[in-house]
Write a protein that binds this ligand. Structure first.
Ligand SMILES: Cc1ncc(COP(=O)(O)O)c(C=O)c1O
Length: 499
């Protein structure tokens, strides 16, 4: 077996890797966003029922990866890849990710990863500072926003019902209730499941037209909880809702919930970057009330997956929930210092050095870069919104508050038709167009249900996306929509009466 410890062996494969990186980064537009192939075709080409038993040179395997796996995969770095809440990643951060694999520390213990531990704590402090959290706030990097939300809500549960919950388990006789909205990310429902609450104990508050929480309903639901002798212990304020990108009214929610001692978790996984912008920072009024906050740098800060941080004004809470006395083989006594084993602050034992890529990016571009990037992405979203408004046939139900545009096509003659009446036909049209464009491969964007209708959903966080590209895409959508209508007669009349 070749061990790849010799410089020449390493150089050969590294050269191939470099070629791949250069090709990938210097030609984001040169190929399609999706080289569409059917599921049957892909499974036939790539699924191997038997593991590879024979030895092969690594360079050979890399060649195969470059020539067959990479071209068949979705190009998330493409300017019109707008389907996910991340889009490619900046070059320095990719290098940082590779370096983290090369170093391969585990951030659970100080003695095995001393500098990495300092860097992680330090970067989380910078993020807390940038977010406007109180002095002394910091946190831990976790593999994704979903997990950060789960850990935040575990803290909320244990703190509210007493740290003895580690021994006694959850006091269901107190009828604990977790509050979110109908538009919260699905990781909250998963958290309720994992925390042993169950969906019956997850209270979903109604939303307004842009998806933000309706605080009148929140007040009413809290009163109902009182009448039912239930105990609401935490609420999630989403900053950058998954579908619409808009913001829950954090300050108002905190005003209602803080006096009741309810833990405020801010899920800024997507919208965190908007706190850096002139227009976006107003949504973060009341941030000082946040007990925990999730922020995914892999979403709007153009980092590779995963780069998620959970921030807290009182990070010692993490230790109260997660430190274990049993693991004496791992955590050895150390002189008293504010830098400690991060393994005591998280349920993770093998803990990847995710902070390194952000550290490298920060050092390469400086703080101002984040602000500038966030401003640029939001400006593109606003310009695109203004363009849609100038057309007669594309419509947005709300004003974008972060880099997401949800919009639908409805020609003038449809306007008077009740939404519910036209939704089945319109939904089919939108889904067909998305699928056609994805299969052509020139763009990849999503569809989401908003205000009882499927809408196109563009996530505009890729720095390579331009307004002209978006306008061309909108023209293509219009042409396809008209062709669809010609082919499939509408089951409703423009007057609003059903045929
Ligand atoms: C608001 C919100 N919270 C949490 C998450 C989960 O983040 P991750 O994909 O990093 O697990 C998402 C993902 O889209 C999100 O939109």
């Amino acid at each position: 077996m070749q061990a790849y410890h010799q410089p020449d062996e390493i150089r050969t494969v590294t050269n191939r890797l470099l070629d791949m990186l250069i090709d990938y980064y210097s030609s984001p537009k040169s190929s399609k966003a999706v080289n569409y192939r059917s599921k049957e075709e892909l499974v036939k080409a790539f699924y191997q029922s038997e593991p590879p038993n024979e030895e092969r040179p690594l360079d050979d395997v890399l060649k195969e990866f470059k020539e067959s796996i990479l071209p068949a995969s979705v190009k998330t770095w493409h300017p019109l890849f707008m389907n996910q809440m991340f889009a490619g990643a900046s070059f320095p951060s990719i290098i940082g990710d590779l370096m983290a694999s090369m170093m391969n520390p585990t951030l659970a213990t100080w003695e095995a990863s001393p500098v990495a531990t300092i860097i992680e704590k330090n970067v989380s402090q910078w993020m807390a500072q940038m977010m406007g959290l109180p002095k002394g706030s910091w946190g831990i990097f976790l593999p994704g926003g979903s997990l950060s939300n789960l850990i935040a809500l575990t803290i909320a549960r244990n703190q509210f019902f007493g740290m003895d919950i580690r021994r006694t388990g959850i006091p269901m006789e107190k009828k604990p209730v977790l509050i979110c909205s109908e538009a919260s990310h699905y990781s909250i429902a998963n958290a309720a499941n994992i925390l042993g609450l169950g969906s019956d104990h997850l209270l979903k508050i109604k939303t307004r037209v842009n998806g933000s929480m309706d605080t009148n309903d929140l007040e009413e639901q809290l009163q109902q909880c009182d009448r039912n002798h239930q105990t609401p212990f935490a609420i999630i304020a989403t900053m950058g809702l998954t579908v619409s990108g808009c913001f829950d009214p954090l300050d108002e929610m905190a005003g209602i919930c803080k006096p009741r001692g309810i833990h405020i978790h801010v899920d800024a996984a997507f919208g965190g970057g908007m706190a850096l912008t002139q227009k976006g920072k107003r949504h973060f009024t009341g941030i000082e009330h946040a007990d925990t906050l999730t922020w995914d740098a892999h979403k709007t800060l153009h980092m590779p997956l995963t780069s998620s941080v959970l921030l807290l004004p009182n990070p010692q809470l993490l230790k109260s929930v997660f430190s274990q006395k049993e693991a004496t083989y791992l955590f050895h006594p150390q002189p008293e210092h504010e830098i400690e084993d991060l393994g005591k602050y998280t349920p993770l034992c093998g803990k990847r050095f995710d902070a390194l890529k952000l550290w490298l990016l920060w050092h390469t571009y400086g703080t101002e870069n984040f602000r500038e990037q966030a401003e640029n992405r939001f400006k593109l979203t606003e310009d695109f919104g203004a363009y849609l408004k100038s057309t007669e046939d594309f419509h947005m139900d709300y004003q974008s508050e972060s880099p997401i545009s949800c919009f639908h096509w409805a020609p003038k003659e449809w306007q008077k038709v009740d939404r519910k009446l036209r939704a089945p036909y319109s939904n089919k049209l939108h889904r067909t167009i998305r699928e056609e464009i994805k299969q052509d491969g020139n763009a990849f964007f999503n569809i989401a249900l908003l205000n009882s209708m499927d809408q196109f959903r563009f996530i505009l966080i890729n720095p390579l996306t331009t307004l002209d590209q978006l306008k061309d895409l909108v023209s293509e959508i219009r042409a396809r929509a008209l062709a669809y209508c010609n082919k499939h007669p509408q089951p409703f009349q423009s007057s609003g009466e059903q045929r």
